[in-house]
Design a protein around this ligand. Structure first.
Ligand code: NAG
Ligand code: NAG
Ligand code: NAG
Ligand code: NAG
Ligand code: NAG
Length: 545
């Protein structure tokens, strides 16, 4: 009797979950076989164009600059190299086309963030480019390009991490042999500030703390994870507010033992009491880098994830196990508030020729499921995406995947993992046509409207099929700057909604409350998705200020 009842309840629960979509699956599509460069860094802008770039110091790319433009730079031997190829492109998502861009200084292994006005500010790089600040203001007419200032930074920044701040500045943290941070733009003192934590987490020779994982906490402080340790940092006062416990196992997770991390979706509540949780997944065990470098032994990557509530009185890492090990995986927040883990390898580390056994299957992580059933393995790609690959979320819900070049130069033949110039998309199963009847389309407001903090905003949408009013929610996502398996500035807020009502035939309105402060959502452009039974609409862009 009881067991029958339980069976009925379980069956009902299972059927709800199936009807509500997003089981295993996902679909890969080749978008462009050759974009001319290997997309090492990517950023989506508010006009649905993606800026991609690689590096400028290895010779010719596979894409010519327009109008016979060229660049000359000195080689190591002092002779002049003439290069008439592009090392950066703008990808137009709607037309699936690229446009070559011109850059003079080397932005290899650099970092960046989009400013509140929507322009991409990218910082640092290599050699002559290591102090540069480069600005790309989006345009719709194909006339915009990089503007460079070679002396925009105080310190050289190579493998640093940037985070946009509530006051509209960026903080630029660390970089190779830089145990300090600085701000852009400069206000007041043009100095950099010491951050001993970066010195303490630096393994001499290996430097296992590059591209630290940085998140803006809901209290305005910064959560910083480097190597195998993490702190909460008050950048106003230059003090460590708290030190978190070690992740069990103590293995490194930062470059070159590259794991990845996200700030899990922030669920807005009345009074803006918001819980913040960080999830760190994968990486390479202690000694992997030395083993790969010295003896060509490629150690299995880590298959563990650690999750921590960063504002609890006694925060503890809760460990979980991925379906397979992964180093150099990317973690992306999807519009339905799940996490996609994609790309990378199951052995070795980041660095030239040091990854092995590509992981072709992405996995989905559902933060709201029970710990035993959070992961779902997705369909595989055919293309290994190893060192120097990248991935970002697009406004239509697809995931853009590009890059991969573990070689010092472009190398297409006779090597493991040839240089990849292709662009693919991964469409999570929520884009499957079988869910079209559930998919919302946003009717109003129009894209690129301005909104304020703590405001009520009505959003109108249509859905072809029957709407489950209590299964509609609205998510707001900041587009990330992705490189080296970390998506800087990635942030997802599940907005508080007040009511859903019918306003016409197949037309509905949901009223949401925008976040209360810049600590929750620094000002700038975000994508807004209406999500119905886990199926997201296409995004509109809003500028919160
Ligand atoms: C890139 O250019 C090189 C040199 O011109 C050529 O050998 C190679 O086949 C090209 N690769 C692709 C994928 O187009
Ligand atoms: C292109 O658009 C920008 C504004 O986005 C404008 O400043 C510029 O003058 C335009 N250029 C051309 C050639 O139309
Ligand atoms: C480049 O940046 C530096 C440091 O912020 C600034 O002093 C200088 O004026 C900038 N140069 C240009 C041409 O904008
Ligand atoms: C990696 O190997 C190279 C050449 O064998 C050596 O010069 C370098 O010091 C090694 N690096 C590390 C971190 O072991
Ligand atoms: C963290 O990494 C450091 C540097 O490699 C190492 O000395 C330390 O033992 C690690 N911590 C733990 C708890 O394993």
């Amino acid at each position: 009797m009881w067991s029958q009842l339980i069976l009925v309840i379980l069956a009902a629960a299972a059927s709800v979950r199936c009807a509500a979509a997003a089981t295993s699956g996902g679909k890969w599509d080749m978008l462009l076989k050759n974009v001319g460069i290997s997309a090492m860094h990517m950023q989506l802008l508010n006009n649905n164009r993606v800026i991609m770039f690689d590096r400028t110091d290895f010779g010719h790319s596979n894409l010519s600059l327009p109008n016979h433009k060229c660049r000359t730079y000195p080689s190591n031997k002092g002779t002049l190299i003439v290069d008439c190829t592009a090392h950066s492109v703008e990808y137009d998502v709607h037309t699936n086309t690229i446009r070559p861009l011109m850059v003079l200084t080397d932005f290899w292994c650099s970092s960046g963030a989009v400013m509140p006005d929507g322009s991409l500010v990218q910082t640092g790089g290599y050699h002559g480019g290591d102090h540069a600040v480069r600005v790309f203001k989006p345009c719709d007419n194909g006339s915009c390009d990089w503007q460079e200032n070679v002396s925009g930074l105080i310190q050289r920044r190579w493998y640093a991490t940037n985070q946009i701040l509530p006051d509209g500045r960026q903080i630029i943290i660390g970089g190779r042999r830089q145990f300090n941070y600085e701000f852009y733009p400069k206000t007041g003192l043009t100095v950099s500030y010491n951050l001993p934590f970066l010195f303490q987490t630096n393994d001499p020779g290996i430097e296992n703390n590059l591209y630290p994982f940085v998140f803006l906490n809901v209290d305005g402080n910064l959560f910083i994870f480097a190597n195998n340790r993490s702190i909460l940092f008050d950048y106003h006062k230059n003090v460590v507010v708290r030190t978190y416990p070690n992740v069990p196992g103590g293995d490194p997770r930062s470059y070159p033992s590259t794991g990845s991390a996200v700030l899990l979706p922030l669920k807005m509540t009345q009074g803006d009491e918001v819980e913040a949780e960080v999830l760190v997944c994968g990486g390479a065990p202690k000694g992997s880098y030395t083993s790969a470098n010295k003896s060509h032994k490629f150690v299995n990557a880590l298959d563990s994830c650690g999750r921590i509530k960063i504002n609890e009185a006694k925060p503890q890492w809760v460990m979980d196990k991925m379906p397979m090990p992964r180093v150099m995986g990317d973690m992306l927040l999807l519009p339905n508030a799940k996490v996609l883990i994609i790309n990378g390898a199951s052995a070795g580390t980041a660095g030239w020729e040091m990854g092995r056994d590509p992981v072709l299957n992405p996995v989905l992580y559902n933060p709201d499921e029970n710990i035993e059933s959070r992961f779902e393995v997705q369909n595989p790609s055919k293309i290994p995406r190893m060192y120097h690959s990248s991935t970002i979320l697009l406004g239509d819900g697809r995931v853009l995947v590009g890059g991969s070049n573990p070689h010092i130069k472009y190398d297409f033949t006779g090597v493991l993992f040839p240089t990849e110039l292709s662009l693919e998309s991964f469409s999570p199963s929520y884009l499957d046509p079988i869910y079209a009847y559930l998919r919302p389309t946003i009717i109003s407001p129009v894209s690129r409207i301005k909104i304020g903090y703590g405001q009520r905003v009505p959003i109108r949408f249509s859905v072809p099929g029957r709407v489950k009013m209590d299964m509609v929610r609205v998510t707001m996502i900041a587009p990330s700057f992705t490189t080296h398996s970390f998506s800087m500035n990635q942030r997802l807020l599940v907005l508080r909604s007040e009511d859903v009502k019918i306003v016409g035939r197949s037309k509905y309105q949901i009223r949401v409350v925008t976040p209360g402060s810049g600590n929750l959502a620094p000002s700038g452009y975000y994508m807004i998705f209406v999500v119905h039974q886990e199926i997201p609409s296409e995004a509109i862009w809003v500028q919160i200020q």
